[in-house]
Write a protein that binds this ligand. Structure first.
Ligand SMILES: [Zn+2]
Length: 90
């Protein structure tokens, strides 16, 4: 794929991202940044705080954090920096 000097803003991602995040995400395969393990999101070890708005998911292979999710009344924060990739089945 060749890249050009022209670009559009992030609104060009609206359609593709809407499609991805509307799909079943627990069957998506994530690849851990730390150990390279690949497996479904459903296999992650999820920890949460009793009264807190956030969840932390750790890799079952190395215990490093691969995903953080915080849901507030105004926003949803999703941090995927612990994953190299996330392959979602269409
Ligand atoms: Zn890992």
């Amino acid at each position: 794929m060749a890249f050009t000097e022209t670009f559009t803003d992030g609104n060009a991602l609206a359609g593709p991202l809407r499609e991805i995040f509307a799909l079943e995400m627990t069957s998506a395969d994530g690849r851990c940044v730390t150990c390279g393990r690949t497996g479904p999101v459903a296999d992650l070890r999820v920890y949460g705080h009793e009264n807190g708005p956030g969840l932390v998911a750790r890799c079952p292979g190395c215990e490093e954090i691969v995903l953080r999710l915080v849901v507030t009344p105004e926003r949803v924060w999703l941090d995927l920096r612990g994953l190299v990739s996330l392959a979602v089945i269409r």
